[in-house]
Design a protein around this ligand. Structure first.
Ligand code: ITT
Length: 190
């Protein structure tokens, strides 16, 4: 078990908040790397998920002796199998509207609403790399539902529960969410 805090190599505040809450369930402190270091421009994400997460962690790990976590995430939509994936962040960043507004518009009147969300985590501890993947396959709701978390969670409807991720309390959400599952898989290895 880790005694030291982990630094998150990310500029995404929502990702930091979600991962902080998940690691807190294991009594591990996660901090944004900019709490200790000056911000660095991460190089362009040109690889697959694993390569991107490894690269983010490595760019911070050379600057600190603390363990560093990189996360690369994305979605697959069954209705658009050749889009999104590892390019999700870049695709959504190009849109003039918020991510959820864009997804609802793309899927308007489309009965094929299956979504798979992925989180790829790479934890660099010295020279050791620990890798974990988590995913969730669900349905895109017809409108945002739930206030207990934000972002995609309000659209990710889990039929077996009759609820979106954003309608679940944090502990239950961690059991289902892609990042919750990735963190659980990571914790089994450290
Ligand atoms: O690389 P870092 O700095 O960590 O931050 P990022 O936002 O670029 O992170 P990713 O490369 O992992 O891209 C994932 C993208 O997926 C999108 N995303 C993931 N989860 C989301 C959520 O819950 N709500 C809205 N968008 C989400 C969002 O566009 C992210 O930018």
């Amino acid at each position: 078990m880790l005694e030291q805090p982990i630094l998150l190599a990310s500029h995404n505040a929502g990702k930091l908040a979600e991962l902080q809450q998940l690691f807190a369930q294991y009594s591990i402190s996660l901090q944004g790397y900019t709490s200790q270091l000056a911000p660095i421009p991460f190089g362009l994400e040109g690889g697959d998920y694993w390569q991107n997460a490894t690269s983010k962690a490595a760019q911070v790990a050379v600057l600190t002796s603390l363990p560093v976590l990189g996360d690369d995430s994305g979605i697959d939509l069954a209705a658009f199998p050749n889009e999104f994936g590892v390019y999700t962040g870049r695709t959504l960043a190009r849109q003039a509207v918020a991510a959820n507004t864009y997804l609802l518009a793309r899927l308007r009147d489309n009965p094929q609403r299956q979504i798979t969300l992925h989180s790829y985590l790479v934890l660099q501890i010295g020279h050791r790399l620990v890798r974990a993947h988590g995913s969730l396959t669900a349905q895109v709701a017809l409108q945002e539902q739930g206030q207990l978390s934000g972002g995609f969670d309000r659209l990710v409807y889990i039929p077996e529960l009759g609820a979106t991720l954003a309608e679940l309390p944090a502990l239950q959400r961690a059991h289902y969410s892609q990042r919750g599952r990735a963190v659980a898989a990571l914790m089994q290895q450290i």
